[in-house]
Design a protein around this ligand. Structure first.
Ligand code: NAD
Ligand code: KPL
Length: 308
């Protein structure tokens, strides 16, 4: 367990993990994208601020560029957006060994399978994260909502020992022997909430009302999609789970609405896109999901944002 833990992506979640690991004395390093980002990092003495409930602490976190060292990367957490994973992986590929292990923190589905397909010998773990974090500045992260992280292996192997580092870092994580159903359920929740909040520019709590008569058929489509992927639960239970998330996050802006408002590229392709494509492959008709996907792509195009 002595290898350095590399965290690729100094965004909200990457910084949250980096501060927590470094604070616990874990040998961890951030991988930044550009020489300029690294210069800026060094000009702040490699210090990162972690803010929670108004209190901040400063933590030293070393950083480097992917290509700046030949040092093999044995343990890698990828914390980029789903659409940036492939390019991020390209940047570190020469430093991966056959027995390197990766942990992917992305929302949605599709990016994980792309990594898995590319890395045939390495172990690739998937995570579902419910913490909420955002960046106040390049080296300042706010931990806004304490959540839970479920980690699992899509090939259903047991947990590797190095994940004990996450305990050391105080990350509330659990090993999930069946990670794919967890990620599919999260995708279904995201499909039911995120597009509606983005299209209606509303908080999560208004989703059912804004969706109106299309909400029940939307849930039925998601239920059939989950069943096609082997995730079997009664429709009433899926509905209940989604309503619980809506209630628990009623005052929040979904990640997709936040991205739209900030004119940032969204993860639409890994949420709605993946859902619609999988439904088609399974021979399911999903008119409500398809329509949400089309409407959202149109809105993104109007705003000059990528539609995938
Ligand atoms: P973010 O946009 O804040 O951070 C991504 C970071 O990756 C950016 O700093 C970007 O510059 C960096 N990056 C992209 N390509 C890179 C490359 N090739 N090399 C180095 N760095 C690169 O995103 P985030 O909010 O941290 O989210 C990351 C993932 O975690 C997303 O899939 C998101 O849905 C998921 N997630 C986030 C949260 C949260 O609270 N922020 C919670 C749960 C899940
Ligand atoms: O995961 C979320 C997101 O915003 O992406 C939900 C569950 C919808 C909470 O906002």
């Amino acid at each position: 367990m002595s290898e350095t833990l590399y965290i690729l992506g100094a965004g909200s979640l990457g910084l949250l993990w980096a501060t927590r690991c470094a604070h616990a004395g874990i040998d961890c390093r951030l991988i930044l994208r550009t020489p300029r980002a690294l210069r800026d990092w060094h000009s702040g003495q490699d210090q990162l601020l972690l803010e929670q409930q108004g209190r901040s602490q400063s933590i030293h976190v070393p950083a480097e560029l992917a290509g700046a060292s030949q040092q093999p990367i044995q343990r890698l957490v990828i914390a980029t957006k789903a659409w940036a994973v492939t390019e991020a992986l390209d940047s570190v590929a020469p430093r991966l060994a056959a027995d390197s292990q990766l942990l992917l923190l992305q929302n949605g589905l599709g990016s994980q399978q792309a990594v898995r397909a590319r890395l045939t010998s390495q172990r690739v773990l998937y995570a579902s994260v419910t913490d909420g974090a955002w960046k106040r500045a390049a080296n300042h992260v706010v931990w806004a909502g304490v959540g839970r992280t479920l980690v699992g292996d899509p090939q259903q192997q047991p947990a590797p020992d190095w994940l004990a580092l996450l305990d050391l870092a105080g990350i509330d994580w659990h090993w999930e022997p069946q990670i794919m159903p967890v990620l599919w359920l999260k995708l279904a929740v995201n499909c039911a909430i995120n597009p509606i909040t983005a299209l209606h520019d509303c908080v999560n709590g208004e989703v059912a009302e804004r969706a109106g008569a299309s909400f029940a058929p939307l849930l039925a489509e998601l239920h059939a999609l989950l069943a096609s992927q082997g995730v079997i639960l009664p429709l009433a239970e899926l509905r209940q789970r989604i309503l619980e998330v809506i209630q628990a996050t009623a005052a929040n802006s979904s990640s997709m609405r936040q991205d739209l408002r900030a004119r940032r590229r969204t993860e639409i392709d890994f949420i709605l896109g993946h859902a619609c494509r999988t439904a088609r492959q399974a021979g399911l008709a999903t008119p409500v999901l398809d329509s949400l996907y089309r409407q959202l792509q149109n809105r993104l195009a109007e705003l000059g944002l990528p539609t995938c």
